[in-house]
Design a protein around this ligand. Sequence first.
Ligand SMILES: Nc1ncnc2c1ncn2[C@@H]1O[C@H](COP(=O)(O)OP(=O)(O)OP(=O)(O)O)[C@@H](O)[C@H]1O
Length: 316
Amino acid sequence: MICFDAVTKHYGATTALDAVTVQVRSGHVTGLLGPNGAGKSTAMRLLLGLDRPTRGRVTIDGIPYARLPRPLQTVGAHLDARSYHPRRSARAHLLALARYAGIPSRRVDEVIELVGLESVARRRAGSFSLGMGQRLGIAAALLGDPAVLVLDEPMNGLDTDGVRWIRLLLKEFASEGRTVLVSSHLMAEMHQTVDRVIVMGKGRLLADCSTDELVSSVSDVVVLRTPDVAAAPGLTRALDRAGMSVAETSPGELEITGGTPARIGDAAFDEGMRVHSLSVTPATLEEGYLRLVEDAFEFRRADAPSASGGPEGASR
Ligand SMILES: Nc1ncnc2c1ncn2[C@@H]1O[C@H](COP(=O)(O)OP(=O)(O)OP(=O)(O)O)[C@@H](O)[C@H]1O
């Protein structure tokens, strides 16, 4: 388990992290989400001992990264798709890392196979595409067969196959009881990959919950189609009384939020309306995330006494 305990990080006048306390649990793929500048990379760097917190502590199973006896065998990290020597081959790069960490060289061939780089392993890494660089970075992260995996935007540059591959890899990793922390701006992909989310905004923790909880904070949209256009105003009033919100998007087509198809279908029946279709568009992680971030910052704008101070807001 990774623990951030009241972690603050200042860079001059910028507060990159503001008293963040959160845990990243084992056995889950946790998405670290937030707008640009939210503090995601800073959190990862502090976790990996690449920078020091101004206040607070970050630990991995109770130990700060710098004091881990075998760091590469404990935490595998991939922060940058181009973090290799361009003239070295992929295999030579991994061999050098393995030698440094006391990892047997046969593990290098294992991870090369695991990430699908066998055919290019002896090519200079400088000639790699962004996607191949991502695979090499992930190979390096997996080298020590670590219990914790930390990946910053690992899906960038990967093709559809590659994205699917990494999704399955991370899920399998977590199903073995390991800890996975992954950041990405690709919300549709995150929705399919992560089962927990940590959402940051302007250095603060906005949410720490399951993906399902965040998604269910926004409603599914139900679209009703009817040939009985004249009955639409009556149904709209009935649904409105029942606490749903309705928009007539075209004659005979209503877009309804806050209700289930069963409740809407029953209400239409009571109004004597024939219904030709009721289709549900499920809420997405992107919508839940956007609602959370927008609410957090609107709330602060309205209540903040000054630009530097504001209420704790939407942490939950
Ligand atoms: N080395 C640094 N020196 C000065 N300011 C920094 C440094 N690193 C980060 N910051 C600032 O800290 C804040 C958080 O940056 P960070 O890179 O952690 O955000 P992020 O959530 O990873 O953003 P992105 O999604 O754009 O990668 C930003 O305002 C950034 O400008």
